[in-house]
Design a protein around this ligand. Structure first.
Ligand code: B3K
Ligand code: ZN
Length: 896
């Protein structure tokens, strides 16, 4: 579509998010014609009409011809006045469009003064400056700053900022980026504060927070001895839920110094928590803004996984201070440069804080559930996309999680030490600059001396590679050979795939599970530990010498690459699940084995066979229970059956009901057969300090609740031992982890305690938004046949609020992504319900509506009847005029 088509469409009354639907292409990148050196902002805060005065010191860039147009982006702004070098600008000197402001004829250096007015209380998109519960918050990434003032809203324009906030005394706390430099009183009951950020930054890192907020304070002394004042800003009454966030922050600051040599660079570090927020958190320089979900926690209000989420997100945003803020992205196509790298850093941090193995397992589980799924569907895209309509639609599992795997593979290929040297070089070269993935790869290559040119294909190629492996052993020569083939299935817009550089971590085991020593072709020394094979071609053979006996290969240890291993024989999986020394391979082999066996049963039950539980699965669950005393967290992971969605992902055409029935029957059978061991496991971990957050304490709770889940599964939704235990556990009200585990067991049943528990929980927690989200979510995820009816009731509940993303996600995402069997009900009612919700939501918040649309795109792997109904709903959404660009893009891609 040409720009002129857009311009001629009548969109004068359309919401701003419908405006930009012209694809942006990586290949069109050109450096900015004008730079901005200094930005001085003054905000006069008023929920109905805030006036923003912006003063820009603009420099024409070398190579830009005189007279070139200076484009400033702007959206939903009222332009009040425009001055160049102090002189009011005439109408002929600028051109105002729905996308922004074009000024021509600027001198080589100039000062632009732009006054605009905005209406924060009308801002339901939560992008730009908005009001939440009476306080002001901003969200500028990716393109929200243009909803505050006219500005070249692109990350390669880096400037120094001062921010002055003027507000009534009733808005006592006034925060922005950098350090506070001045404050005072003004006439008419007003006061003001001025902030100065000495570090150049792109405008997406701008932030302002103002309101009646309370601070929890602490401090941190950096390794060079500077004291940093830390504060977490929350609503009055929430101060007693900030300890874990503060502790996580201090640990992150220390870890980044110890592991990467990176020190914090301002006098203050502020975190502000807000309950209306589009995502998890935002790394604005010196002033992180957080969804309350990732700050507030007390043992009675938050689960262990909430605690882990807080630690991870606090760390992630803090780590962005270097990977993202000091060194930022040249353009949004490079998003993974900061996101993949920062996810990798937060993963490593969490691994160091707790159990490395359990962390890796849970990261891989997430990667497969979200990213492999994305890669297999219509929204598949490379880690560095080539084109987008709304960049907000590309904050995806591919950019984040697969991006992190690419960083991890680089470290695997060049080694830890060289990786650290590469990071040092990256900061040395690019501090205060906006750079590309090539710059990152070059730093790694130059520091290590290892050629990464082939590796860079990963950035541009979408899809999950599949590895097929065969092997042979020559007993007389003591020679073992692995033949590996890689294949990446086509993805939208990328029919042809090239071979990738894939690191395969390998070890060899003898028949007792002991490590065998071997010498790789070309190597002098023999090893018995893990070695890295570099797969570079479509088909390649790896020769192992001096192998004493026929080995079992343990492949992809620690999940050394984001690929699938196809066709591993069931007996090998069983062997590895029992004996491998690599905890990841052990866990994964158990899961792959269970997937194979359960899917065989799904197929058999279609042919009328009665389900019978595979003895290998039963044995492995029993073995996991027996190993719980060593590592309860690992046991909890290993004893869980693959999720329904995981089983679905492994089928050509999903059998929704078959999967649900087989998995449910299997869980019931395990519960019945292993009742004694499960009961003993449950009892063994029933005491313990509920406030303890170490891995063993949390693992103990996870294991105990896994036992509870199986015991209840044995009751199959009716009254019985497991349900009684759950009800007791619910009533004991020890901590949210236990309460919620019990409630989710009860939510799936038909017993009177179900209703009682839901009412009690609601009464106990009404008025507490975060806890109530759990109450909404648990009902939306219930596998009871009446789940959709419940969900309909939930969205008409007085506490349901379409403008609050957490609440919307608690119901809609939980239902559409967390309740496969009911969302995909054969009637199609789940699809119609979701489409209605998306259409309603789109008028309020296009970004959130777009996120809700992805589940409908999964129609290709459903049976024909479902696929048609899903497409029909997508087409119904597409037919809506004035759809936001966000939803339009997802719907169009989902249908093609
Ligand atoms: N950088 C932000 C995400 C912004 C999303 C904009 N739609 C949080 C993070 O990844 O740290
Ligand atoms: Zn991030």
């Amino acid at each position: 579509m040409k720009d002129t088509d857009i311009m001629s469409a009548d969109a004068s009354s359309a919401p701003s998010s419908t405006l930009a639907s012209v694809p942006v292409r990586l290949s069109d990148y050109t450096p900015p014609a004008y730079g901005v050196e200094q930005v001085d902002l003054v905000f006069r805060l008023d929920p109905a009409r805030t006036v923003v005065q912006s003063r820009l010191h603009v420099i024409r860039q070398p190579g830009t011809p005189e007279g070139a147009v200076f484009h400033l982006d702007g959206e939903a702004l009222e332009l009040l006045s425009l001055r160049i070098d102090g002189r009011e600008v005439g109408a002929e000197e600028y051109h105002l469009t729905r996308h922004g402001l074009d000024i021509s004829g600027l001198p080589a250096e100039s000062v632009l003064e732009i006054d605009t007015a905005i209406a924060p209380e009308q801002n339901t998109e939560l992008s730009g400056l908005y009001v939440s519960q009476g306080a002001f918050f901003t969200q500028c990434e990716a393109e929200g700053f243009r909803r505050i003032t006219y500005f070249p809203d692109r990350p390669d324009v880096m400037a120094r900022y001062t921010t002055t906030i003027v507000a009534p005394r009733t808005v006592p706390v006034l925060l922005s980026n950098g350090n506070p430099v001045d404050a005072g009183e003004a006439e008419g009951g007003l006061h003001w504060a001025k902030w100065e950020d000495p570090h150049p930054k792109p405008c997406y890192l701008f932030a302002l927070v103002a309101g009646d907020l309370a601070a929890v304070r602490d401090s941190f002394v950096t390794r060079s001895g500077r004291r940093v004042a830390l504060a977490i800003w929350v609503r009055e009454g929430d101060q007693d839920r900030c300890a874990h966030a503060m502790d996580s922050l201090k640990r992150s600051m220390r870890w980044d110094e110890d592991v990467f040599g990176l020190e914090y660079d301002l006098d203050v570090f502020n975190i502000a928590a807000v309950s209306d927020f589009n995502m998890g958190a935002m790394e604005n320089k010196g002033l992180n803004v957080f969804n309350t979900k990732y700050v507030l926690a007390r043992p009675d209000t938050a689960t262990d996984s909430d605690y882990q989420g807080i630690e991870t997100v606090i760390a992630h945003e803090y780590f962005h201070n270097w990977t993202g803020n000091r060194v930022t992205c040249r353009d949004w196509f490079q998003l993974t440069l900061k996101e993949g790298l920062t996810v990798f850093r937060d993963q490593e941090f969490s691994a160091d804080m707790g159990s490395r193995a359990v962390k890796r397992i849970s990261d891989v589980r997430t990667l497969r559930a979200a990213q492999f799924r994305e890669d297999a569907g219509p929204l598949a895209h490379p880690v560095r996309p080539e084109t987008y309509i709304k960049i907000d639609n590309f904050y995806t599992a591919t950019v984040y999680q697969k991006g992190a795997e690419l960083v991890r593979m680089i470290r695997t290929l060049i080694g830890r030490e060289k990786f650290r040297q590469g990071m040092d070089l990256y900061f040395q070269r690019h501090d205060n600059h906006a750079v590309t993935l090539e710059d990152f790869a070059a730093a790694m290559q130059d520091a290590s001396g290892i050629d990464l040119s082939l590796f860079r294909r990963w950035y541009g190629q979408a899809g999950t590679p599949v590895l097929r492996i065969t092997d042979e052993y020559d007993a007389s020569a003591h020679r073992y050979v692995l033949h590996v083939t890689q294949y990446t299935p086509p993805t939208p817009g990328q029919e042809e795939k090239q071979p990738l550089l894939i690191p395969i971590a390998v070890g060899l085991l003898d028949e007792t599970g002991a490590a065998l020593s071997f010498r790789l072709e070309g190597e002098e020394k023999a090893h018995s530990d893990t070695r890295i094979l570099r797969l570079e071609q479509e088909t390649q053979s790896f020769v192992f010498h001096d192998v004493a006996r026929a080995p079992q290969p343990s492949l992809l240890r620690d999940f050394s690459a984001p690929v699938k291993l196809a066709d591993t024989p069931a007996d090998r999986l069983r062997f590895l699940a029992a004996y491998d020394s690599d905890p990841f391979v052990r866990w994964d082999s158990g899961q792959q084995y269970a997937t194979q066996k359960l899917l065989q049963q799904v197929a058999a039950s279609r042919d009328g066979a009665a389900p019978s539980l595979d003895e290998g699965i039963m044995e492995s669950v029993a073995a996991s229970i027996a190993r719980a005393p060593e590592d309860p967290a690992l046991a909890a992971e290993a004893m869980a059956l693959p999720a329904e969605t995981t089983l679905a992902d492994a089928m050509e055409v999903v059998d929704v009901e078959g999967i649900h029935a087989v998995r449910r029957t299997a869980r019931a059978a395990i519960g019945q057969h292993l009742r004694a061991a499960l009961r003993a496991g449950y009892e063994a971990w029933s005491t313990g300090d509920v406030t303890a957050l170490d891995g063993r304490a949390m693992g103990g709770r996870a294991f105990r609740n896994a036992c509870l889940g199986y015991l209840a599964a044995a009751d199959d939704g009716k009254a019985g031992e497991g349900v009684t235990l759950a009800w007791k556990q619910f009533q004991a009200n020890r901590c949210m982890t236990d309460v919620l585990a019990a409630l989710s067991v009860l939510a799936d049943t038909d017993v009177p305690e179900r209703e009682q528990a839901l009412v009690l929980f609601y009464d106990r927690w009404r008025g507490d938004a975060l806890v109530l989200d759990k109450w909404f979510a648990i009902q939306a995820m219930s596998s009871r046949p009446d789940a959709l009816e419940q969900v309909r009731r939930l969205i008409s509940h007085p506490e349901f609020d379409w403008r609050n993303p957490n609440r919307v996600r608690a119901v809609l995402t939980s239902f559409a992504s967390g309740n496969q069997v009911r969302f995909h009900d054969a009637s199609g009612a789940g699809y119609a319900f979701l489409a209605d919700a998306i259409l309603h939501l789109d008028g309020i918040n296009g970004q959130i509506a777009a996120r809700m649309t992805a589940p409908l795109g999964a129609w290709r792997r459903q049976d024909q009847a479902r696929a048609e109904m899903m497409q029909a709903q997508l087409r119904r959404i597409a037919a809506r005029p004035n759809l936001s660009g966000n939803v339009r893009e997802i719907v169009d891609r989902s249908l093609r």
